[in-house]
Design a protein around this ligand. Structure first.
Ligand SMILES: [Zn+2]
Length: 219
């Protein structure tokens, strides 16, 4: 009897976990398909009409969280061909995150239920270029540069373009940072309840390149 109950419970846990994974897969697929439409000039501009305004006025349930750069050439809803209430977006130059950004991400994950988190860098990012070239910068810009410098240091001497290498490394480090962010995201990532992925948007083509996932918690 005990064994039967255990087996039922185990099956339930496996089923729940499998359905969580499949909804994460489909969230990622929605972004990939939307970007494909955008690149091919076949955007459908979904969920941007009056009825969607009325529907989302009652509440929001975004299916993904994007942590992206403030760059005016990377408007997230447009490049992923999504609509109102689809994406919860946190944007700072170089997608540098500190407490307010982390709190925003945790809010979207815990309260609004978005489980896919995308760190989205982009080619020729000015903030990353500044960190690579270490110029003297005025005011609070130094906060951004200091946060990106470790990525620029890590790829120093690597073959290829220094800025583009640093763009990718910056995204990778930001993904790692979120996966290790206690107490909320780290636990969710360990349990495989959230997926945190990195990507780089190409300013010249409009295409999003998805970086390989190295999340050990991912099923
Ligand atoms: Zn940028």
């Amino acid at each position: 009897m005990k064994n039967a109950i255990f087996r039922t419970l185990f099956a339930l846990v496996v089923a729940t976990s499998a359905s969580a994974q499949s909804s994460l897969d489909s969230a990622l697929m929605r972004l990939k398909e939307g970007n494909k439409r955008f690149v091919e000039g076949k955007s459908i501009h979904p969920r941007q009409d009056i009825s969607r305004i009325k529907e989302t006025a009652k509440g929001q349930k975004p299916f993904a969280i994007i942590i992206g750069c403030s760059d005016s050439r990377v408007p997230n809803e447009i490049i992923f061909d999504q609509g109102l209430g689809d994406l919860f977006i946190v944007r700072t130059a170089g997608q540098v995150s500190t407490y307010a950004s982390w709190g925003s991400v945790e809010f979207a994950e815990e309260v609004l239920g978005a489980k896919l988190i995308v760190v989205l860098g982009h080619t020729a990012c000015g903030a990353v270029a500044a960190a690579v070239n270490v110029p003297k910068v005025p005011g609070h810009i130094v906060t951004l540069i200091n946060a990106i410098k470790p990525a620029a240091e890590r790829v120093k001497g690597m073959a290829g373009d220094a800025v583009e290498n640093a763009v990718k490394e910056n995204v990778r480090m930001q993904v790692e940072q979120l996966r290790a962010l206690e107490p909320v995201l780290a636990e969710r990532a360990r349990k495989g309840e959230v997926r945190i992925v990195g990507a780089v948007y190409n300013l010249a083509t409009g295409a999003v390149e998805w970086l390989p996932e190295t999340d050990t918690a991912k099923k």
